[in-house]
Ligand binder design. Structure first.
Ligand code: ATP
Ligand code: MG
Length: 452
């Protein structure tokens, strides 16, 4: 089979340079999969018969990463560097994480055999510029067409070699909308506990990619169904089956199903916000109270959820910024939109959630509503949104006014002293109570008309 393709010019140059120097070279990895699927292409990876030393002779300015034996060539378009790796073959993973030794392979075939899934184990060989032969020993193209993720070789052996591959299977399934082939899925069910051998960072990266994908809800359901959910988010798994239908209340699902439906309906693209939406009710497990009349309450569950969120963030090695946002969204998700609350209560809410997170906080709420069978919004929520905007236009204190003491002294011809403060306080009231805009021109105009 051949494929017509117009890669960046630098890619063609790399292929030509290696061939002319007498080495074999192929395009490999995710970019081949994406080319077959007709997707946009980035992150070009190559495999070659040349050793790192030989590659560095061809490209003296390239950088060499000793650990993986990968040579990086700078992309003149400033994208991720082109990564060229000598044929590899891997033997013996006694810890389910790292090969005991990385060995150079002798052929393309060996290199493709060590790759994780059939759709990731294809290679492209340049026949002439713009035309490529597809080398596909594991029938990845057919699996791509059937939208299937299948291990190369024996799935149980491949997952016990490297447990991260199980997370990669679910992540790629969520990104591409593919299914995991039955035997591959069964092998994940058996090997799921091995994921504990993988570092929090690597699990986090895959989990956040699942959240950032087109189908975060189905991605999580896949984690749930194959047993990886129990390993990486046990707190979340405990919410399935926790009932919350009270007489006269809106809930239609148990807590776990509601959470998954909430993330399905969360409109923010941000993976941290989506994960916060998924786990926002985990605190309901410990705070559930069932009364004799059938009423169910979860008093203060958001505080319990926030505690658990901090634990999850630690376990998954979130950055400080990620942890802060994750915590705030979960901690304050029960905010009231009651129109009778005071301006200062609304300001406190903004302060708690932090200005930068307000839109994501609202996305969580909309997801929460839709995921519970409610309408997307209500007049109260709409009015609250408007109030958030209005309150933020108002100055928070006299020092936020877009006018200062020097302006007052000049316009009012008064000396430094208590009178300046009185004028500022009067202007502050004009803005807060009478809707005078907090803009310099408007404030100067108003200042002329008042006396302190
Ligand atoms: P993306 O770049 O979109 O995340 P990808 O498939 O390119 O997806 P990379 O992590 O860039 O993933 O890896 C490049 C290639 O290396 C993969 O396509 C696969 O062939 C191989 N690979 C990556 N990780 C593993 C692994 N843990 N086990 C076996 N092969 C792997
Ligand atoms: Mg890649």
């Amino acid at each position: 089979m051949t494929l017509k393709l117009t890669p960046p010019q630098q890619v063609e140059e790399i292929l030509t340079n290696f061939s002319q120097a007498g080495y074999e070279i192929f395009i490999v990895g995710g970019v081949v999969r994406d080319a077959i699927l007709g997707k946009s292409l980035y992150d070009w990876d190559f495999t070659t018969s040349a050793t790192p030393e030989e590659i560095l002779k061809l490209y003296p300015d390239a950088f060499y990463d000793n650990k993986f034996g990968t040579v990086g060539i700078e992309d003149s378009q400033k994208g991720r560097p082109y990564e060229i790796t000598t044929y590899r073959t891997e033997h013996g993973y006694s810890d389910s994480r790292h090969p005991d030794e990385v060995k150079w392979g002798k052929s393309l075939e060996e290199d493709l055999a060590r790759r994780d899934f059939t759709i990731n184990a294809m290679a492209l060989k340049q026949i002439r510029p713009g035309e490529f032969e597809i080398i596909d020993p594991y029938h990845g193209e057919q699996d791509a067409q059937n939208k299937v993720i299948r291990s190369v070789g024996n799935p149980t052996a491949r997952f016990s070699e490297d447990a991260l591959r199980m997370m990669r299977a679910v992540r790629i399934a969520a990104q591409l909308g593919f299914a995991i082939e039955e035997q591959t899925l069964e092998a994940i069910r058996i090997n799921a506990p091995l994921i504990s051998k993988v570092s929090g960072e690597r699990v986090r990266d895959e989990l956040l990619k699942i959240m950032a994908s087109e189908s975060p809800a189905d991605g999580y359901l896949l984690l749930h169904n194959c047993g990886l959910g129990e390993e990486i988010l046990p707190e979340m798994e405990k919410t399935f089956g926790v009932q919350q239908q009270s007489p006269g209340r809106h809930h239609i699902y148990d807590v776990g199903t509601h959470s998954v439906e909430s993330v399905r309906n969360c409109q923010s693209p941000d993976p941290i916000t989506r994960l916060a939406t998924l786990i926002h009710d985990v605190g309901k497990v410990r705070t559930q109270k069932v009364f004799p009349d059938g009423k169910i309450t979860f008093y203060n569950h958001e505080m319990e959820s926030a505690k658990i969120a901090t634990k999850i963030a630690e376990r998954l090695r979130f950055s400080n910024a990620q942890t802060d946002k994750f915590f705030r969204l979960v901690r304050w998700h029960q905010f009231t939109v009651d129109e009778r609350q005071t301006d200062s209560a609304v300001r406190r809410f903004i302060h708690n959630v932090s200005k930068d997170n307000i839109l994501d906080m609202l996305s969580l709420r909309v997801g929460d509503r839709l995921g519970g069978g409610a309408r997307e919004t209500s007049w109260r929520l709409e009015r609250f949104k408007q109030r958030l905007v209005d309150v933020q236009k108002q100055p928070f204190s006299v020092t936020d006014l877009k006018i200062n003491g020097r302006d007052i002294m000049e316009v009012k011809q008064v000396p430094t002293g208590p009178q300046v403060g009185k004028y500022l306080a009067a202007l502050f009231k004009e803005v807060v109570d009478k809707g005078v805009p907090n803009e310099k021109e408007a404030l100067l105009e108003r200042l002329k008309q008042i006396s302190a």
